[in-house]
Structures are given as C-alpha cells and as structure tokens.
Design a protein around this ligand. Structure first.
Ligand SMILES: *Cc1c(COP(=O)(O)O)cnc(C)c1O
Length: 370
C-alpha cells in the first residue's frame, strides 16, 4: 500500500522544462532580475489580476521585506491561527505581535476583536487568508482607515482567489504576500511575491530585495537578498501553463469530500465565507465531539491506513516558546483559535490524488463510525 500524504507538489512534465534550462545555459545569466524573472512577473500580474508584483526567493523573506518597505514598528495585530512564519516575520523586524482571536466560521481574524486590541502603539494589521478563504477585507479596510493603520495580508494560501465580481483578493490592503513553496497551489520549488498597488512601491521593494541597490554603485538602504533565480522563475512559467488544470483537479476532490463526508456525524467541512473563485488549496475539517474518536485518535488511526493528514494549524503560533509570554498569547484571549486548533484536520488534496486514493481516505474515516 502506498502512503497518501496531505499534499504532493505539482510537477509538470520534465521534458518540457529542458528548453528553459537550455535558454538559461545559453544566456549564462542565472539571476538578478533577468529574462525569465521579468516574464514571470508580467505573466503573474496578468493571471492574478494585480497591478504590480515583485518575485522573491520565498514567502517568509517577502513578508519580512513587506514590513520593512512600509517601515512598520511597534505593535502589529495578527492571527495565532497560521503557519509560524506569519509571526516570525514580525519578530525579525523587532515588532511586537498582538494576537487576536479568529471568527469561528471563517477561521480568519475577527474584525470586532481587532478593533478591541488596537492601542496607541498599533501600526498595522497582518491578517492571513487562511486556507485561501478571504478575510473580511471590507471591515479590515474600514478599521485601517479609522485608526490610520497599514494592512499587510499574508496571502500565502490565496494564489488566484477572487471574489465573484472577478476582483482578486490580493488587491486589498497595502501589500499582499504570496508563497510559492513546494506545498502551495502554485509552486516554484521555493519562492514568493509581494503585490504592490503602485509602481513606486514596487520599485522600492525591488531595491530592498536587492541589497538596497538603485544602480551599480548606489546603495540607499540596508536591503536584503530576496531575489528569485532564473531556474525558479523559468519553472514558474511552466507551472503557470498547468495551474488552471491543477486547480480544477483540486476542485473535484474538494467536491467529492464534501459529498462523501456530509453524512458523517462529527466531521464538519469548512466553507468559504463568501462566494469566491477558490483555489482548493487545503481540505480542512473539524473533528467535533459527535465523532467517536478524538481528533488526535483519528489522526493516528488514519496513519494505520497509510493516510498522513496534518493538523494545520496546531499548535497555535501563540503557544510556541518565543510567543507564549506575550500578554495577547494568553489562551483565555484566544478561545476560538484554541478550540479550532484542537479539532482541525487537513485531509489529503492535490492534483495527482486519484479517486481510489481519495476513496481510501474517505473509507478510513467512515470506518470509525460504523
Ligand atoms: C507557506 C506559508 C508561509 C511561508 O512561505 P515560505 O515560502 O515557505 O517561506 C507564510 N505564511 C503562511 C500562512 C504559509 O502557509
């Protein structure tokens, strides 16, 4: 029996990648914003429906750079229910993370609780579009205006997600940050990007990701090396040709899970809070007390069937040693997040998951109730 993991990186046919490599070998230019890098930035702007995009070597460096670009200091309101890189990007900038609880339905930051956590030291909000389901971007925009705060979205899960109007969710906030890590819907092995609303901001970010250089001999600030190489950019161009197909395959898997699991008492599927064109990046379910096994018992039981799910996002970021002593990390302040973290289980979803494999996952869950 072959193991089934929560995800498997999407890879296009290898022989289609060789011509890109031949071009790189012929040019002898491996990085520093060369041809493939420029082409991928342009094609991603078009595909995503955004104005300006800066490629990065990974999403975490992009988050760190986004905070630098806006000069964020003091306290930043963020979610404990995310991958640890969200809060790490704040600590790496000497910023105090202020954890705010999530909404029980969307699993994204609750706007009312954001407002209650704003202090004179608050400078920004860093929400996450968790699982690619949009945050309440309108309410967050309202708060940002009312209190003069910046908004940087960690949009690592939100590649290609749009509202029904066709508007990309990446166009909300001051900046949005994507990850193209191997496990994400669109991958460049490692990679990431910042979406900027105007060319001036993009230019600033492009300088910051290249040590602060503006030309051959001028360094205007202490930048970092966040550049994406030509090999990764070329791979991105090839991936982009297959991404719609890959998302369509994910969509079918999502629908099959919803149909098959709706009758299973104690397993609750999570729904997008608005009508969106989603990307089906994850398939999270809540294992509630109605289910015969605890979440952790189910997680272990599934392993005996060769099914390796993941408990994203457990433990909460706020419980890790470098965060747990911040006042806002007190679990009493984060009751919804704590409850969800104890119930959540992400089931396998990826383009190459076969109907037979998905059947193994579903039957294994059902076998616990009968
Ligand atoms: C994957 C991820 C990141 C980090 O991206 P990398 O490209 O792996 O550095 C940040 N935030 C969230 C929510 C993520 O899922």
């Amino acid at each position: 029996m072959q193991n089934i993991y929560v995800t498997k990186p999407y890879l296009p046919p290898l022989d289609e990648f060789y011509p890109y490599l031949e071009k790189i070998w012929a040019s002898g230019v491996l990085t520093n914003g060369a041809a493939f890098h420029q082409e991928l930035e342009a094609k991603l702007c078009e595909y995503l429906g955004v104005r300006h995009l800066s490629l990065f070597s990974n999403g975490t460096i992009a988050l760190i750079t986004a905070l630098q670009a806006l000069g964020i200091k003091g306290e930043v309101i963020t979610t404990p229910y995310s991958f640890v890189a969200t809060a790490h990007s704040l600590l790496w900038n000497g910023i105090t993370p202020v954890f705010v609880d999530v909404d029980p339905l969307t699993l994204n930051l609750d706007p009312a609780k954001i407002e209650a956590a704003i202090t004179p030291n608050t400078t920004a909000i860093m929400p996450v579009h968790c699982y690619g389901y949009p945050c309440d971007v309108v309410a967050i925009e309202g708060l940002a205006k009312k209190y003069g705060l910046r908004v940087i979205y960690d949009a690592a899960h939100a590649f290609g997600v749009r509202f029904e109007s066709g508007e990309s969710i990446l166009n909300y906030g001051d900046l949005s940050v994507l990850s193209f890590h191997a496990t994400k819907v669109f991958n460049t092995f490692e990679g990431g990007a910042i979406i900027s609303p105007d060319l001036q901001t993009k230019t600033r970010i492009d300088q910051l990701k290249n040590f602060g250089f503006t030309d051959e001999i001028t360094v205007i600030e202490a930048g970092i090396n966040g550049k994406m190489s030509e090999v990764n950019a070329a791979f991105g161009l090839l991936q982009l040709k297959y991404v719609n197909e890959a998302i369509e395959l994910r969509k079918n898997i999502d629908h099959t899970y919803r149909q098959s699991l709706s009758a299973v008492s104690g397993i609750e599927c999570i729904h997008a809070p608005y009508h969106v064109v989603g990307n089906y990046s994850y398939f999270p379910v809540l294992v509630t007390p109605q289910f015969p096994l605890s979440r952790d018992a189910l997680y272990e039981k599934l392993k005996t069937y060769g099914v390796f799910t993941r408990r994203y996002f457990y433990p909460l970021i706020s419980s890790f040693p470098m965060y747990k002593n911040f006042p806002s990390a007190n679990p009493e302040n984060l009751t919804v997040s704590t409850d969800v973290a104890n119930k959540i289980l992400c089931l396998p979803i990826y383009p190459d998951l076969t109907p037979e494999q998905q059947g193994v996952v579903i039957d294994a869950i059902k076998s616990c109730v009968s």
